[in-house]
Design a binder for this molecule. Structure first.
Ligand code: 5GP
Length: 188
């Protein structure tokens, strides 16, 4: 299945305004307290970067990253994900804010939440920019949420199709297109 870039669902200005709103909620929540914002690579890089830069200058925030990948189709339903890059930070006793681009089935986030809780942070909160509630298969607790969106495949602002389109400043719908290779075969 190939995709082509479709309409803009959320433009860059709308995203920036929402990120600023989320940042003020986050700042109020952690006022005077140090916390570690953990971005999930690669999709959350722009969201995390914009979020922490929208915090007040006296915020006591550190940043760290994890990279995950699915183990593949056979284990997708179990939500087991492979940790490709783990945290550099020991989060025991720390306040942790997990920052994710999109909440879809909830499998990735719920797995990560359990994994990180097992490391005994003082608190673990979760922030997602996009939520597709229609696709949810397991509950994943979210403390700070940006936009609720319809069940469409979206790209841009960190979200990719096959590694492309992460760089787009707006979030677009990506539309599935017919694979035309079949139609170009010579007729017998
Ligand atoms: P979940 O485990 O909640 O089903 O999936 C979360 C992950 O699936 C996201 O971090 C993201 O990598 C990917 N994903 C889910 N929906 C979309 C989408 O609409 N567009 C893109 N580019 N990735 C998505």
């Amino acid at each position: 299945m190939d995709y082509e870039l479709g309409n803009i669902l959320l433009d860059g200005r709308t995203i920036s305004r929402k990120v600023a709103e989320i940042a003020s909620e986050v700042a109020a929540c952690y006022s005077g307290k140090e916390f570690v914002a953990v971005g999930i690579l690669k999709g959350a890089i722009f969201f995390l970067a914009d979020l922490v830069r929208s915090l007040p200058s006296d915020s006591l925030v550190k940043i760290d990253f994890m990279a995950v990948s699915s183990y593949g189709a056979s284990t997708k339903s179990s939500g087991i994900v492979k940790i490709v890059k783990d945290l550099d930070t020991d989060i025991r006793g720390r306040e942790v804010l997990l920052v994710e681009d999109i909440l879809d089935t909830g499998l990735t986030l719920s797995y990560l939440q359990e994994l990180l809780k097992g490391r005994s942070p003082r608190s673990l909160r979760t922030c997602v920019l996009l939520d597709k509630p229609d696709r949810r298969r397991v509950d994943a607790h979210v403390d700070f949420r940006g936009f609720s969106i319809p069940d469409e495949f979206v790209v841009g602002y960190g979200l990719d199709y096959s590694g492309y389109w992460r760089n787009l400043p707006d979030i677009h719908v990506a539309k599935a297109i017919e694979n035309t290779v079949k139609n170009t075969q010579p007729k017998e």
